[in-house]
Ligand binder design. Structure first.
Ligand code: GLA
Length: 724
């Protein structure tokens, strides 16, 4: 085995060939690859680190299949991960590895394999980035067009995995507005299974770009071998599973080429989004912990290990009905509860067209002085006086037809010349053309103006409430229109990179009609996301459960709502349950405090104080999901562990006569350590339950478990476990 120094990547058609084996490893996982004489790169194994390449080969279990199957090089019944139409019309590619290079990058080792087409002037570089302290390997490609003419990328997946057939099941998140992240679990059967999202702008509402593959039958939370995959992209994607009558499944993940066969100009290189892969022998919770750790320590989430503030968001308390007096009143209330941040949501802007509802004003990011005579300055002053921070809502990628921006720049909206505009929210909403550098400058300026005029703004809620319905750009040339879906997101990323270069510290929330943009394409620039516009606490038990499969608690904004709650037909849920559910993520509150009862106020104050103690464990600890609400046992439970402390959450999700309540067996504790249980956020007017103050070994808690009193409807308990 030898390593070629690839100093001339893509510079010349050289015919050097490399053959050999490579092991790409993280602490507990490995990917085994090799190349033969004149061959492409071959994948032999992905899984636990408990075997050697020689064992895999000698046992006859090496896959020996192209790591990046190209159309024309693999058996036609297999699906390709890469298909390029070359300038002369040739649809095939036959890649040959020239060599590979390895470099240390932060806490990871990056391997780059350079492959060159045997006929066409094309270089494909296949990357694997393996982290030293987290079990995640990222993979992606760079496609370099060395021809004198453009080529078309007809398929350009980020990565591909071979998986041995057996009793393999997949779990992916499916949902809708206000019903995000419902896990769908199904066995992988013969044929092709495709999961895709074609929204254009928000890729996590209906189907999401993450998946788990359980290799040992129906997946379990805390045992079994599971592969996790997350495509780090905010646009349309496609996850494909191909199962033929052979012994393997093939998994592919990448940008959806439908309506996006990308035209790559001469001498240009296209870099695909990263696909983050993990493998765990500790079930789905094990995969989640790997993704959470990767997000928090390897750049997947801008916030990293930082914890989020307890905030009040004005939306569900006031909707568009904001004014200075109400903003100040809300700030006074959240400060009195012990909160740390106030966020003014939609409704604060528009001069010629005031934003009183969703039919106008997007694009006109000037303060509506009728509502806020003292401007934003008066609000940041008021926040400072109350000892809290101030945040504000924007939706900079969109415009309403009723706005000054649209009057001045109708060409900035995505549109197809000669066709009627398809209008979104409010019957007037359009998406701006983020492929256009002038629009990118405008969107940057919306953010930059706010921050330079009001440097005390500590938090921006960045919303995106539209899909791309008008498939056309006045900026892109007519023979590049198919690049729109991709170039939109590359344009968005450029703006976000500029923003982060200038404003690394402002907290930015990623919102898109709720959880429509919970994805790892955007989270490197955002600190958290709004998990759902549905804040009903019982619904949130389910939504937050699914969301936690891939995203850490410090990224997941969870707010206490007001009841009766319109989104669930006027359901009334006790404030204690609402608090306990929101406490399992980044806690906030979303109501008009003026309308709260005395009990609600007291409970929230207790909740905030207790949450501050639990927050480091919840927001940066290791998650163990214990009892799934989807298993319909009447109770859901999860816990976070950090060092020798833990936070345990238990929710009664159903209530009926003679109900057998499941015993809750904890996980992730040290069996030899004795823990003290302390009930937190005790219901106002009640005493802690009998378990509070008791001491148990980790072994007892994990092997025997607890029977927690949950008598009344919507009963819930939160415990802190401490070891001293
Ligand atoms: C979206 C968001 C909400 C709120 C509204 C404002 O629906 O998800 O949280 O910000 O927009 O219009």
């Amino acid at each position: 085995m030898f390593v070629t120094a690839l100093a001339v990547w893509g510079m010349s058609l050289n015919t050097n060939a490399w053959k050999g084996e490579v092991t790409i490893a993280t602490p507990n996982t490995q990917l085994l690859l090799h190349a033969d004489e004149n061959s492409d790169l071959r994948m032999d194994y992905y899984g636990s680190r408990s075997c050697t390449a020689a064992e895999v080969r000698d046992a006859g279990t090496a896959f020996n299949y192209p790591a990046l199957p190209a159309f024309g090089a693999v058996d036609m019944v297999q699906l390709p991960a890469l298909q390029i139409q070359h300038a002369d019309g040739d649809l095939s590619s036959e890649l040959k590895v020239e060599g590979y290079d390895v470099k240390e990058e932060g806490n990871a080792k990056v391997y780059v394999f350079t492959m060159r087409d045997k006929l066409q002037p094309l270089v494909v570089r296949l990357f694997y980035k393996a982290y030293h302290d987290v079990d995640v390997i990222e993979t992606w490609t760079e496609i370099e067009n060395l021809a004198k003419k453009a080529v078309t990328l007809k398929r350009y997946d980020s990565g591909h995995l071979v998986i041995r057939q057996g009793d393999v099941w997949i779990t992916h998140l499916h949902g809708d507005w206000a019903a995000e992240a419902e896990p769908t679990t199904e066995p992988l059967k013969a044929g092709v299974k495709v999961i895709r999202n074609s929204d254009g702008a928000r890729n996590a509402h209906l189907d999401a770009p993450e998946v788990m593959l359980s290799l040992d039958g129906r997946p379990q939370e805390n045992q079994g071998r599971v592969i996790g995959a997350a495509l780090c992209w905010s646009g349309n994607f496609e996850l494909r599973f191909n199962t033929l009558l052979k012994k393997e499944h093939h998994f592919f993940a990448g940008i959806d080429p439908q309506s996006s066969e990308y035209v790559l100009d001469p001498k240009q290189t296209f870099a695909t989004p990263h696909l983050a892969l993990t493998f765990s022998t500790k079930g789905m919770s094990g995969v989640s912990r790997a993704f959470h750790r990767w997000a928090r320590t390897c750049g997947g989430l801008h916030r990293g290990m930082k914890v989020g503030d307890i905030l009040l968001n004005s939306w569900e308390g006031l909707y568009f009905d904001i004014n200075e007096e109400r903003m100040v009143q809300m700030m006074t209330d959240i400060a009195a509860f012990g909160g740390e941040l106030f966020v003014m949501d939609d409704g604060w802007f528009g001069d010629k067209y005031p934003r009183n509802n969703d039919t106008s004003s997007l694009g006109d990011w000037v303060v509506d002085k009728r509502k806020l005579p003292g401007g934003i300055k008066a609000l940041t002053d008021a926040a400072r006086e109350r000892g809290i921070k101030f945040g504000i809502w924007i939706e900079p990628e969109c415009v309403n037809t009723k706005s000054e921006l649209f009057e001045q720049h109708p060409e900035w909206a995505l549109q197809v010349k000669g066709r009627d505009l398809k209008l979104g929210r409010g019957g007037t909403q359009l998406v701006l053309d983020m492929t256009n550098p002038k629009v990118q400058d405008f969107v940057f300026k919306v953010f930059d103006d706010l921050m330079t005029q009001y440097p005390e703004i500590a938090y921006i809620k960045w919303d995106a409430n539209a899909s791309i319905q008008n498939y056309g750009s006045t900026y892109l040339p007519k023979d590049r229109q198919q690049n729109l879906y991709v170039d939109y997101h590359l344009g968005l990323l450029k703006v976000l990179q500029r923003i982060r270069a200038k404003y690394p510290d402002v907290v930015i929330q990623d919102c898109a009609s709720g959880g429509g943009r919970a994805n790892y394409g955007l989270l490197p620039y955002f600190d958290e996301f709004w998990a759902s516009d549905n804040t009903d606490a019982l619904q949130r038990v389910y939504i937050q459960w699914g969301t936690s499969y891939f995203f850490p608690a410090n990224a997941m904004a969870c707010h206490i709502n007001h009841c009766p709650y319109w989104n669930t037909g006027g359901r009334v849920i006790p404030v204690k349950f609402r608090c306990d559910v929101a406490m399992s993520g980044r806690l906030g509150i979303e109501l008009q405090p003026k309308d709260m009862t005395d009990e609600e106020r007291r409970q929230c104050t207790t909740c905030f104080a207790d949450y501050k103690q639990l927050r480091p464990i919840v927001q940066t600890g290791d998650l163990y999901r214990l009892l799934s609400p989807y298993d319909r046992k009447g109770v859901a439970s999860l816990m976070y562990v950090k060092d020798n402390a833990a936070a345990l959450f238990i929710y009664k999700t159903d209530n009926y006569y003679n109900q057998p309540l499941p015993r809750i067996r904890l996980a992730g504790l040290d069996p030899a350590v004795t823990y003290t249980l302390t009930e937190k956020n005790v219901r106002v007017g009640q005493r802690p339950c009998a378990l509070s103050g008791k001491r148990f070994t980790g072994r007892f808690l994990m092997d025997v478990g607890l029977e927690v009193p949950l008598r009344e409807e919507y009963a819930s308990r939160v415990f802190e476990l401490t070891s001293n």
